[in-house]
Design a protein around this ligand. Structure first.
Ligand SMILES: Nc1ncnc2c1ncn2[C@@H]1O[C@H](COP(=O)(O)OP(=O)(O)OP(=O)(O)O)[C@@H](O)[C@H]1O
Ligand SMILES: [Mg+2]
Length: 281
C-alpha cells in the first residue's frame, strides 16, 4: 500500500460529512469512487489508530476496505466508497412491513459477525452506532469509523469516547469497566434502534442508571411498535441487561436461536420455489 497520494487524476470532490475530528469527501480518482477522510492536525493519533486497525482487520467481508493513506502533508485515509449509513437507511424503511424483521435479521447478523472478528482480534470499536455502519443495495453491511477504536491487552479500554446514547451505564460511571461487554450494550442499542426506529434510553435515563445501580429498578426497557418476535426481544433484553456479567458475549449472541429461525425460513422459501418449479415441468 502506498502512503502518499497521487491526485493527478482526481476529478470530482464532494463534501459528505464534517465533524470536530475530520471531514469526509466522496472523490473520483482514476474512474473509481472512494471516500477520503481528512483528519485535522491535532487528531493525527486517531488517524494512525484508524490505519493500524484497518490494516489489522483487512479482508473481513463486513469491514470497510482501506485503499491508501497519507501521514505527510495531508492527514488522510482513502476507503472504498460505500452507499449509505444505517441511520439514513432505517428512516426510509417501513418497519411495520411483515418482511422487515427478516431483512433486519440479515443485517444484525452481519454486524455481529464483524464485531466477533473485532473481539477475536482484541479490537474494540468504541463508537458503534448506525451512523458508523454502512449498507449497500444488496443489504451487505460494512463497519466504518475506526478512529476511536483500540487494540486492548486486557478487558479495559483506555480511550474514553463514544456517544452517550450508546454508552453502557458502567462506561458512563467512570469506574473501570469491561470494554467488551460495554460494546455489547452499544450493539443492543443498535439492535433496538433498527428494530423500532427510536432509541430505548435518553441521556437522563442513562446518567441515572450510571449514578446508582439501584436506579435500574426505575429505568426499564420498553419495546416499541410494531411487536418484534419473542426471540429478538429476548435477545435485546439480554444485550441491554444492566448487569454486564449477564450480557451475552459476541459468540453467545451468534449462537442464539434467533438466527436458526432465519435459516429455516430461508429453507422454507427454497422449498416453495422448488415446488413451483416442479409443477411447471
Ligand atoms: N467509506 C465510506 N463510504 C461512504 N461514506 C462514508 C464512508 N466513510 C464515511 N462515510 C460517511 O461519512 C460519515 C462520517 O464518517 P466517519 O464516521 O468515518 O467520520 P467521523 O468524523 O468519525 O464521524 P463521527 O465522529 O460523527 O462518527 C459517515 O457517517 C458516512 O455517512
Ligand atoms: Mg462516524
Amino acid at each position: 500500500m502506498e502512503n502518499t497520494f497521487c491526485s493527478v487524476d482526481l476529478i470530482s470532490v464532494d463534501l459528505i460529512s464534517e465533524t470536530d475530528f475530520s471531514s469526509v469527501f466522496k472523490i473520483k480518482e482514476n474512474d473509481i469512487f472512494k471516500a477520503r477522510k481528512i483528519y485535522f492536525a491535532k487528531y493525527k493519533k486517531y488517524l494512525k489508530d484508524e490505519i493500524e486497525i484497518l490494516v489489522k482487520l483487512k479482508g473481513h467481508k463486513n469491514i470497510v476496505k482501506i485503499l491508501d493513506f497519507s501521514l505527510a502533508n495531508e492527514l488522510s485515509i482513502d476507503l472504498e466508497w460505500l452507499e449509505e449509513d444505517l441511520l439514513k437507511w432505517v428512516y426510509k424503511q417501513d418497519i411495520s412491513d411483515l418482511k422487515y424483521e427478516l431483512k433486519l435479521k440479515k443485517i444484525l447478523r452481519q454486524i455481529c459477525e464483524a464485531i466477533q472478528f473485532l473481539h477475536l482480534n482484541k479490537v474494540i470499536h468504541n463508537d458503534l452506532k448506525p451512523e458508523n455502519i454502512m449498507i449497500d443495495k444488496r443489504g451487505k453491511i460494512k463497519l466504518i469509523d475506526f478512529g476511536l477504536s483500540e487494540i486492548v491487552t486486557g478487558i479495559c479500554a483506555t480511550k474514553d469516547c463514544g456517544s452517550i446514547l450508546y454508552s453502557s451505564p458502567q462506561k458512563l460511571s467512570k469506574l473501570p469497566f469491561n470494554c467488551f461487554s460495554a460494546e455489547i450494550w452499544a450493539l443492543g442499542i443498535c439492535f433496538y434502534c433498527l428494530s423500532f426506529k427510536k432509541l430505548p434510553f435518553n441521556e437522563e435515563d442513562l446518567l441515572l442508571l450510571s449514578s446508582n445501580s439501584k436506579n435500574s429498578k426505575y429505568v426499564k426497557l420498553e419495546f416499541g411498535e410494531p411487536k418484534r418476535s419473542n426471540q429478538l426481544e429476548l435477545l435485546i433484553l439480554n444485550l441491554l441487561s444492566f448487569d454486564p456479567d449477564k450480557r451475552f458475549n459476541i459468540n453467545e449472541i451468534l449462537d442464539n436461536s434467533l438466527w436458526k429461525i432465519t435459516k429455516s425460513k430461508i429453507f422454507e422459501n427454497i422449498l416453495i420455489f422448488d415446488i413451483k418449479n416442479i409443477k411447471k415441468h
